[in-house]
Design a protein around this ligand. Structure first.
Ligand SMILES: NC(=O)c1ccc[n+]([C@@H]2O[C@H](COP(=O)([O-])OP(=O)(O)OC[C@H]3O[C@@H](n4cnc5c(N)ncnc54)[C@H](O)[C@@H]3O)[C@@H](O)[C@H]2O)c1
Length: 235
């Protein structure tokens, strides 16, 4: 079964690492002594360029970075558009980044782990909208529901290879993605009112849960989507 590695340093790939939750996760893993490979559509000196919807780019990134022990699929997009106004291009774009990108990342890393006979751990990013709909973003909700079920399906299939696949379901977390919504009249108040713990989430709240799911402390946990939502999903 899962080969514990103690608290050894690991090499972990984080997508969406240029912003928000991905940047915070990468910083948290850095501070814990792991070697972090950052990737994002927006590359920079510290961040390797990757479009998570492109399988060829995944292959190139994995080949260029050698052995990795973990993956955090933080890249994502959210666009708010009413169902009756939504066009197919926008639907496809949200699905491609949030759901197809998650699948391609898990597949790319799982292939390397199975070939090498080494264990691996992945954390995907769902959302409270994996389980509870909100109006105005049917494509986003569907993509995140897909992430939660894909996480289960991948966990079931890859368990025999000692590869764990989990996810987190953040509630409203203050990041550039949420900021556009917080700027709209009444949205900060409405979102906060939906959180039983009475505050919006911080990127560190999510980073802590992801660090746990990647760690050996979670070595008997696979296929779960852990809510990090201040209680949003209790309703
Ligand atoms: N902020 C929230 O309230 C919240 C809540 C639930 C879930 N989430 C999820 O958390 C994840 C991170 O969101 P965030 O709030 O940090 O957003 P963010 O916009 O701050 O960061 C998202 C990052 O993903 C990158 N990205 C977009 N498309 C990409 C692509 N095709 N390939 C590679 N990178 C791409 C962006 O460049 C950006 O750096 C997303 O999956 C989001 O859906 C966020």
């Amino acid at each position: 079964m899962f080969e514990a590695k103690g608290n050894d340093m690991r090499r972990i790939l984080v997508t969406g690492a240029a912003s928000g939750i991905g940047a915070a996760v990468a910083a948290a893993l850095d501070s814990q002594g792991h070697a972090v490979v950052r990737a994002d559509l927006r590359g920079s000196a510290d961040v390797q360029q990757l479009d998570v919807g492109d399988p060829a780019q995944w292959s190139a990134l994995v080949a260029a970075n050698g052995a990795l022990d973990g993956l955090v699929n933080c890249a994502g997009v959210r666009i708010r558009t009413a169902l009756v106004e939504l066009d197919l291009d926008e639907w496809d774009h949200v699905m491609r980044v949030n759901l197809t990108g998650t699948f391609l990342g898990v597949q790319a890393l799982a292939r390397t782990w199975i070939a090498a006979g080494t264990p691996g751990a992945v954390v995907n990013i769902g959302s409270t909208t994996s389980f509870s709909a909100v109006p105005g973003q049917p494509h986003y909700c569907a993509s995140k529901a897909g992430v939660a079920m894909f996480t289960k399906a991948a966990a079931l299939e890859l368990a025999e290879h000692n590869i764990r696949i989990n996810a987190v379901a953040p509630g409203p977390i203050v990041t550039p993605m949420l900021q556009t919504r917080l700027d709209e009249p009444g949205q900060r108040e409405w979102l906060t009112s939906q959180v039983p713990l009475g505050r919006l989430g911080r990127t560190d709240d999510v980073a802590a849960a992801i660090s746990f799911l990647l760690s050996d402390a979670a070595s008997f946990i696979t296929g779960v989507t852990l809510a990090v939502d201040g209680g949003w999903l209790t309703r």
